[in-house]
Design a protein around this ligand. Structure first.
Ligand SMILES: [Zn+2]
Length: 259
């Protein structure tokens, strides 16, 4: 890993991260925010961090949602990541997502069998923040809709954009995937509430996040930082019930359904 503290921060990052506002209450439990502490993230960018008594760790002040999305839409985000890790992250992207998707499809499949579900296909899948679609392609399904603000090559039924309860995605889905995405969402509760609206009554939802308890690392592109406990609190706040937990390296994830 190469540190980029000596390299200049791209102007589009500076521009986007200059549009910040104080978050007066915890985005997860609504408690009043306490003073934040300043830290330098692994890209060399100064970020403020608040740690709530509920265990949720979030950037404060926080980049506005629109400015934050520009980071992804601009196309420069992966370049910044590549510079950070010292290799082109685009090159390994499809392979990484395919490997992750295969393991995840097997895990969710096993979890559903343990729940007494015997179906072969996952039915209609909504993949939120699904990037190039390589993860959801690993699931046997009838239809996949990928929603992502950044992908350039739109896969089948892909929508370049952010999740809204609009006509394009209002159909009910049997499985909603939120893979390694919720950490990038400044307001995770309203995001998940909207996601759940797209789920059929007996559908399943998968969500995972970097476990802050393990990594203890902040980054300007991760406004929300979860632990297993706060990820559980998030899904429970949206009336979801956890049926399986998966720990995978730096990540923790849960399969859930309506409670
Ligand atoms: Zn809180």
């Amino acid at each position: 890993m190469t540190k980029v503290a000596d390299a200049p921060v791209p102007s589009w990052v500076e521009q986007a991260t200059s549009e910040q506002s104080w978050v007066p209450r915890c985005p997860l439990c609504d408690e009043r925010s306490k003073a934040c502490r300043l830290q330098i993230d692994h890209y060399g960018i100064a970020v403020g961090l608040s740690v709530c008594a509920c265990g949720f760790v979030y950037l404060n002040p926080r980049v506005s949602q629109d400015a934050y999305l520009q980071l992804f839409v601009s196309g420069g985000y992966r370049e910044l990541q590549s510079r950070h890790v010292g290799y082109n992250v685009y090159e390994g992207l499809e392979e990484d997502q395919t490997r992750y998707g295969r393991a995840l499809a097997a895990f969710i499949g096993r979890s559903l069998v343990e729940e007494g579900e015997g179906h072969r296909s996952f039915g209609d899948i909504l993949d939120l923040g699904g990037s190039i679609g390589a993860v959801s392609r690993q699931f046997l399904s009838d239809r996949v809709v990928v929603v992502d603000p950044a992908f350039q090559e739109v896969p089948t039924d892909g929508i370049q954009g952010v999740l809204k309860a609009n006509a394009e995605t209002s159909a009910n889905f049997d499985l909603v995937l939120i893979c390694r995405t919720i950490d990038h969402i400044p307001d995770p509760v309203s995001f998940l509430e909207t996601a759940v609206k797209h789920l059929v009554d007996d559908g399943y939802l998968w969500i995972d996040a970097i476990d802050y308890e393990l990594v203890r690392e902040v980054s300007f592109d991760l406004p929300s930082n979860f632990t297993q406990a706060t990820l559980m609190a998030l899904v429970e706040s949206c009336d979801l019930e956890v049926i399986a937990v998966r720990r995978d390296g730096r990540h923790v994830g849960v399969v859930c359904q309506r409670g």
